[in-house]
Design a binder for this molecule. Structure first.
Ligand code: SF4
Length: 122
């Protein structure tokens, strides 16, 4: 029996409500509700392989009270978000740190780095 999946497009402030119809083989048979091709593309990607940019903080070596804001340089699969957070929990960044410094290279073999979003002198 076909199933419907509703996805709100985030491509612009219109926030179109896109509906995918999915058959028993998990194939998308129709997409409706989008007002431009971006919405169609976004809804398909969100269904097949949803990705998000991971933003978090990591501890620094000098003090457990001092946190460094970090983010991935590109979106990663949603399934890697929690493992990514766990990997970041192990990090103790060593100052001095400049904005853009790599904190973790190739996070969980995603090909995406985690970088500092601010600097820390000491
Ligand atoms: S489908 Fe197009 S018009 Fe609608 S929210 Fe997405 S980008 Fe905006």
């Amino acid at each position: 029996m076909p199933e419907e999946k509703n996805i709100t497009c985030i491509g612009c402030p219109m926030g179109c409500a896109v509906t995918l119809t999915i058959d028993d083989d998990r194939k998308v048979t129709s997409i409706t509700g989008y007002k431009c091709k971006e919405g169609q593309k976004y809804a398909l990607a969100e269904y097949k392989n949803p990705v998000r940019t991971l933003t978090a903080t990591v501890l620094t070596q000098n003090s457990s009270q001092r946190l460094l804001a970090v983010r991935t340089t590109a979106p990663i699969p949603k399934t890697k978000l929690l493992p990514g957070i766990m990997a970041l929990a192990e990090v103790r960044a060593k100052p001095p740190i400049k904005m853009g410094d790599v904190v973790i290279s190739n996070l969980l073999d995603t090909g995406v780095d985690v970088v500092a979003t601010s600097g820390l002198l000491f």
